[in-house]
Design a protein around this ligand. Structure first.
Ligand SMILES: [Zn+2]
Length: 146
């Protein structure tokens, strides 16, 4: 699957994980270019209560706090934009990135944009993230992040 077209639209890097805007197949964006364009985000602090079955419910306090800047780990994950979980930690858990794309980069996707993994489909385009077969997901996770 690694070919000439699997490259970052912004810096041209090849052979690394790429992301693309939610609901579209272009432009492809690499981790380094995405990290540089991250938006300062806030999260609503939750108070957690444990259910009898061991799960937790989070009650919103409507007190907002800044999220620290993220960087993408080796598996292509960043900490949740919802903030810390019941244990008070916010471990890398989502492939979704939220960034700001300049108008010069994409006339269709600019401003605040949600990115998902760009996993090429053999018939062209990309897999819908939820429908990606396990082996294709594995291929993407095994690509170097940078
Ligand atoms: Zn790039």
């Amino acid at each position: 699957m690694e070919n000439e077209t699997y490259r970052c639209h912004i810096c041209g890097k090849k052979g690394v994980k790429l992301w693309r805007p939610y609901g579209d197949s272009e432009p492809f964006i690499c981790a380094t270019c995405a990290e540089k364009r991250q938006i300062k985000m806030t999260y609503c602090k939750r108070v957690w209560s444990k259910n009898p079955d061991g799960t937790f419910d989070g009650i919103n306090t409507f007190k907002w706090f800044p999220l620290p800047p993220w960087s993408i780990n080796d598996e292509g994950l960043v900490p949740s934009f919802d903030g810390p979980g019941p244990d008070g930690e916010n471990k890398p858990s989502t492939e979704k990135l939220i960034i700001f794309i300049e108008r010069e980069i994409s006339s269709k996707h600019h401003g605040k944009t949600e990115l998902l993994p760009a996993i090429p489909h053999k018939n062209g385009g990309v897999w819908t993230y939820a429908a990606t077969p396990e082996e294709d997901l594995k291929w993407w996770r095994n690509l170097p992040t940078r």
